[in-house]
Design a binder for this molecule. Structure first.
Ligand SMILES: [Zn+2]
Length: 183
């Protein structure tokens, strides 16, 4: 066993032996005093906005037999459609703007989500009303990728091309997907 105090002195020769802070506990930037814009604005922060839309869909492949469609897609293969109450959680990541203190103005993000996703999808038949799902099954996976592409376009158009974007889409409280996927 290496004596922890010996290791601490080795790593921090300037510290006094009575220094109570353990070695390597925090990133160096966070140990600086947070005076004004100096340390805080260098930090990357994620901000989140939750949105909802209700939509109908049907998961179906016309090139498959009715039996195979029902076996693979189950209730979501119902010929006369059905709906889900979708919940979308949008995560935007970037550094804090030193002037506003925001990563992104959440009102701006709210408007982009409405324009690009929820106003288009809410109370719609995804298969019939949305061109992106004319040939693409509107699974939660495919909806998440399509929504991400539209939100990315909206963020870029608003001058936020430098911000990271990640989505979590709930089709039911227990079934949800994330895009981009975790590595
Ligand atoms: Zn369904």
């Amino acid at each position: 066993m290496v004596d922890p105090l010996f290791l601490h002195r080795l790593l921090h020769p300037a510290d006094t032996p009575s220094d109570p802070s353990p070695a390597g506990e925090q990133p160096a930037a966070e140990t600086q005093p947070l005076d004004g814009t100096q340390a805080a604005t260098k930090q990357r922060v994620s901000v989140f906005r939750e949105a909802h839309f209700n939509a109908a869909h049907r998961l179906h492949r016309p090139d498959w037999s009715p039996e195979r469609n029902e076996a693979v897609f189950g209730l979501c293969n119902n010929p006369n459609w059905h709906g889900h109450n979708y919940k979308l959680i949008v995560r935007v990541t970037g550094t804090i703007d030193p002037e506003t203190g925001y990563v992104i103005d959440l009102k701006v993000l709210k408007d982009i989500i409405a324009e690009q996703v929820t106003d288009r999808y809410d109370h719609k038949n995804l298969n019939e009303d949305l061109p992106e799902f004319a040939q693409l099954n509107p699974t939660a996976e495919n909806i998440a990728v399509m929504a991400w592409q539209r939100l990315r376009k909206g963020l870029d158009a608003a001058g936020h091309s430098g911000l990271g974007l990640h989505l979590r889409l709930y089709e039911t409280p227990r079934n949800f997907v994330e895009y981009p996927a975790a590595k």
